[in-house]
Design a binder for this molecule. Sequence first.
Ligand SMILES: [Zn+2]
Ligand SMILES: [Zn+2]
Length: 171
Amino acid sequence: MRLIFDEITERKRQYSISSGQWFPAVEGVSVMAAAASLEVSRKDAQTALLRGEIVGSLRMVCDRCSEPYVEELCCDFVYLATTREEAALDEGEREVAETEELTLYLKDAVIEVDELLAEQVHLAIPQKRLCSEQCRGICVGCGAVLNQDPCHCPEEEKVTPFTVLKRLQKQ
Ligand SMILES: [Zn+2]
Ligand SMILES: [Zn+2]
């Protein structure tokens, strides 16, 4: 979706973007559902305010146990879209801007909404993917997925402080 900057007025307009075409391809992530909503209004002759939200369900793979799991995505964002040149925004204005706002400098007075949404998705997807904080991972000895199965390593090969001690005693 694209918004023409000149068509944005002071009256807030809402958009809901359910079609998932804007959702970027992210390695290891498949999208089960995703929707975005956007509220757009003009601030002044050269700036417009965009408030948006993205919600989705993503299937990804746990870094620790390699099992697939579903991650709920939910993020909101505020963009200040401006046709001004980057350098034209003076220091005072930068300080006044709300910290949560991201400034978007428009080259052609067109807002590429899909690009904004894709950027937000990349920011919102966790770097460390874990099916749960308590995920116990995979045993390096026998390969058991420890969330589901017990470790199958032979008793004597289990490395615990106790076995280390026993080995030392044998020497
Ligand atoms: Zn896991
Ligand atoms: Zn094991």
